[in-house]
Write a protein that binds this ligand. Structure first.
Ligand code: ADP
Length: 444
C-alpha cells in the first residue's frame, strides 16, 4: 500500500516498525466491515439530543412502523433484518420525518449506521426523477464500494432507483448528465462531478450523507472537499453525518457539515478484566518464551487463542517456529492486503483456525469476542517503552455481560518486562498470578 507511512523508531535498542497514517483507520474500518456478519451487541442506551426539544421523541420497535415503501421493506427483510438496531430505533424516525431532519450520529462500527442511512437515502429519492437526489461520500474507494453494495442489496426490490459510483477510474464523457438517483463516492471525485464536470446538479440534492467522519478527517484534503460539496447543496437538503468515534476534531468537522443537527450517540460497551484470569510466565529469552509456549500449547488450544507480538518480525518468526513444531497456526500481519487479512480473521472466526499470531498494530480495533485465551508473547508498551494499559485492556478485556470467561497469559523475559507487568497489575489493581509451565493444573 503506497499510502502507508512507515517510520522506524529506535528505543531500548529495539527496532520497531510502526505503520500508521491515514490509511490505517480506513483499512481497519474496511476490515471490520468485511468480517462483520451481524450487529454488535450492546447494553448501553442511546443518548438523543434533539434540535427541537419540544417536539416529541419518536422511536420505533419495528420496521413496519416506519411506513417504508413496500419495495424497501422487502429489501430490509431480504437482508434478514427483523427489527431495528438500537441506533436505528431513534435515527430512522428522525431521518424519515417530514420535514427531514439533520442528524449527527456516533456509534461503534457494527451498530447499524450504514443500513440506517441507506434506508433514508432510498426513501427520499423519487424514481420518476431521472437525476441525482442523494449523495453519499465515503473516505476511500474500498469503503465506497462496500457501502454501494449495501445500497444495491437494500434496493434490490426497488429497481427503479439506480446507483452510480463517483470513484477514481469511473470516467464519464464530458457533458454527461447523470440519470441515477443515488451517487456514492469519495470526496475528490464527487466534488469534481459536481463542480468541474457538472455531471451532478448539486442544487437538486435532497439528502447528503457523510460516512465515517473520523476516517474522513484523517485524510488530507477530504475535510475541505467535503465542506466544498456541502456548500453547493441547497439549504433545505438533509445533512447526515456518521462516525464511529467522536473526538473534538470530528465534532468540529461535523458541525461544519451539519447545521442544526439532532445528535444520537451510543457509547461503546466498556471492557473489563473481571471475567479474566491473568497469569504470567517467567523466562529469560525469546527462545525460552517459545519453549514455554510449546509447553502450554495443548492447554491453550482447547479453546481459540490469539498470540500478540510486538513486531511483525517476531510474529513471523513465532508463527514459523510453531508450525515447524507441527502446530497449525495462522498469521495476521501488517504486510498483508486488507482482503487477505479479512480472510484470515474470517477463518479464525469460523473456528477453522485455532491459533492466530499477530501484532498489535494489525489487530487493533478488531473485535474477536469469542477468543478465550490471549497470550501476550510481548507485553504491550508504547513507543517510549512504557506500559500500554489501554492496549492491554483491549487485547484481553471483555465487554460486560456478553463476555465469556477468559484466560490471559503474559510472557515475561527480562527485568524490563517484569517491571511493565507490575505496572499493568498496579494500574488495574488485579492480581496477575505466576504460572509454572511445568505444572499446568492451575489453568484447568
Ligand atoms: P455500521 O454502519 O454501524 O458499521 P452496519 O449498518 O454495517 O453498521 O451493520 C452492521 C451489520 O449488522 C451488517 O452486517 C448489517 O447487515 C447488520 N444489520 C444492520 N442493521 C440490522 C438490523 N436491524 N437487524 C439485523 N442486522 C442488521
Amino acid at each position: 500500500h503506497k499510502h502507508w507511512h512507515r517510520c522506524i523508531h529506535t528505543h531500548n535498542n529495539i527496532r520497531t516498525i510502526h505503520t500508521h497514517g491515514f490509511n490505517d483507520k480506513a483499512a481497519q474500518s474496511l476490515l471490520n466491515k468485511l468480517i462483520r456478519s451481524n450487529l454488535v451487541n450492546t447494553t448501553n442506551q442511546v443518548e438523543v439530543l434533539q434540535r427541537d426539544p419540544n417536539s416529541p421523541l419518536y422511536s420505533v420497535k419495528s420496521f413496519e412502523e416506519l411506513r417504508l415503501k413496500p419495495q424497501l421493506l422487502q429489501g430490509v427483510y431480504a437482508m434478514g433484518f427483523n427489527r431495528p438496531s438500537k441506533i436505528q430505533e431513534n435515527a430512522l424516525p428522525m431521518m424519515l420525518a417530514e420535514p427531514p431532519q439533520n442528524l449527527i450520529a456516533q456509534s461503534q462500527s457494527g451498530t447499524g449506521k450504514t443500513a440506517a442511512f441507506v434506508l433514508a437515502m432510498l426513501s427520499h429519492v423519487d424514481p420518476n426523477n431521472k437525476f441525482p437526489q442523494a449523495l453519499c461520500v465515503s473516505p476511500t474507494y474500498e469503503l465506497a464500494l462496500q457501502t454501494g453494495k449495501v445500497i444495491e442489496q437494500m434496493g434490490k426490490h426497488y429497481s427503479e432507483v439506480k446507483l452510480v459510483y463517483a470513484i477514481r477510474g469511473n470516467k464519464l464523457q464530458r457533458g454527461t448528465q447523470l440519470q441515477e438517483q443515488v451517487v456514492i463516492g469519495t470526496p475528490g471525485t464527487m466534488l469534481d462531478w459536481c463542480l468541474k464536470f457538472k455531471f451532478i446538479d448539486p442544487k437538486k440534492i435532497k439528502v447528503f450523507v457523510l460516512d465515517e467522519a473520523d476516517v474522513m478527517i484523517a485524510t488530507q484534503g477530504h475535510q475541505d472537499q467535503s465542506i466544498r460539496i456541502q456548500r453547493m447543496l441547497p439549504k433545505q437538503c438533509q445533512m447526515l453525518l456518521f462516525s464511529a468515534t467522536f473526538e473534538e476534531t470530528v465534532w468540529n468537522f461535523a458541525q461544519r457539515i451539519v447545521p442544526d443537527p439532532n445528535i444520537i450517540k451510543l457509547k461503546r460497551e466498556e471492557e473489563t478484566l473481571d471475567t479474566i484470569k491473568q497469569y504470567y510466565v517467567l523466562c529469560n529469552s525469546k527462545e525460552e518464551k517459545f519453549m514455554a509456549l510449546c509447553n502450554i500449547y495443548g492447554a491453550i488450544t482447547i479453546a481459540q487463542a490469539m498470540i500478540f507480538c510486538h513486531t511483525r518480525k517476531t510474529a513471523g518468526w513465532l508463527a514459523g517456529e510453531l508450525s515447524r513444531e507441527g502446530h497449525q497456526v495462522a498469521l495476521l500481519s501488517g504486510e498483508m492486503q486488507v482482503e487477505q487479512r479479512a480472510a484470515v480473521i474470517d477463518r479464525f472466526r469460523d473456528g477453522k483456525e485455532k491459533v492466530l499470531v499477530t501484532t498489535n498494530v494489525c489487530a487493533r480495533g478488531i473485535d474477536v469476542e469469542q477468543v478465550s485465551v490471549v497470550i501476550n508473547f510481548d507485553l504491550p508498551v508504547d513507543r517510549d517503552g512504557n506500559p500500554d494499559n489501554e492496549t492491554y485492556l483491549h487485547r484481553i478485556g471483555r465487554t460486560g455481560r456478553f463476555g465469556k470467561r477468559g484466560l490471559a497469559i503474559n510472557m515475561v523475559d527480562s527485568r524490563f518486562s517484569m517491571n511493565v507487568l507490575n505496572k499493568i497489575q498496579d494500574h488495574f489493581n488485579k492480581k496477575i498470578e505466576k504460572l509454572d509451565t511445568d505444572d499446568l493444573d492451575e489453568i484447568e
